[in-house]
Design a protein around this ligand. Structure first.
Ligand code: THU
Length: 136
């Protein structure tokens, strides 16, 4: 669960970090902020590369930063773009790895929230650990 103040703070963190995006090829800077159950916020930006496919999205940067600091339980992720664009399929899959109930808050550069919905609604019928023999 996330209250309105926490949601505003998360969107503000994503707005702020978006200024750090390395997105000179697309000129589409993206900022993300991920709230853990422990109350920490991990931010991320898109980091592009002259070899275009090497680019990583803001959402995955935030998740990978958090996981590599020992965090695995997430409450919500805010993503800010100029127009309130929706997370790509790869980022949806990476978020799904850590929880179907993570709330994804999609906002534009002014901080206006366009959508707020759980991963399970962003990525229905997804492949997951349940499909593997190990069960994940
Ligand atoms: N991008 C993200 O960071 N997140 C998304 O969910 C969609 C796209 C980035 C990747 C690339 O740097 C730029 O936006 C244009 O695709």
């Amino acid at each position: 669960m996330i209250n309105p103040d926490q949601q505003s703070a998360l969107v503000a963190a994503a707005q702020k970090t978006r200024q750090l995006a390395y997105a000179g090829y697309s000129n589409y800077p993206v900022g993300a902020a991920l709230l853990t159950t422990s109350g920490e916020i991990y931010t991320g930006v898109n980091v592009e590369n002259a070899v275009f496919p090497l680019t990583i999205c803001a959402e995955r940067t935030a998740v990978f930063k958090a996981v590599s600091e020992g965090e695995r339980e997430f409450v919500a992720l805010a993503v800010v773009t100029r127009d309130g664009g929706s997370p790509c399929g790869s980022c949806r899959q990476v978020l799904a790895e850590f929880g179907w109930d993570i709330l994804v808050i999609i906002a534009d550069e002014r901080g206006v929230v366009h959508q707020a919905l759980p991963v399970k609604d962003l990525l229905p019928h997804a492949f997951g650990a349940k499909n593997l023999a190990s069960g994940g």
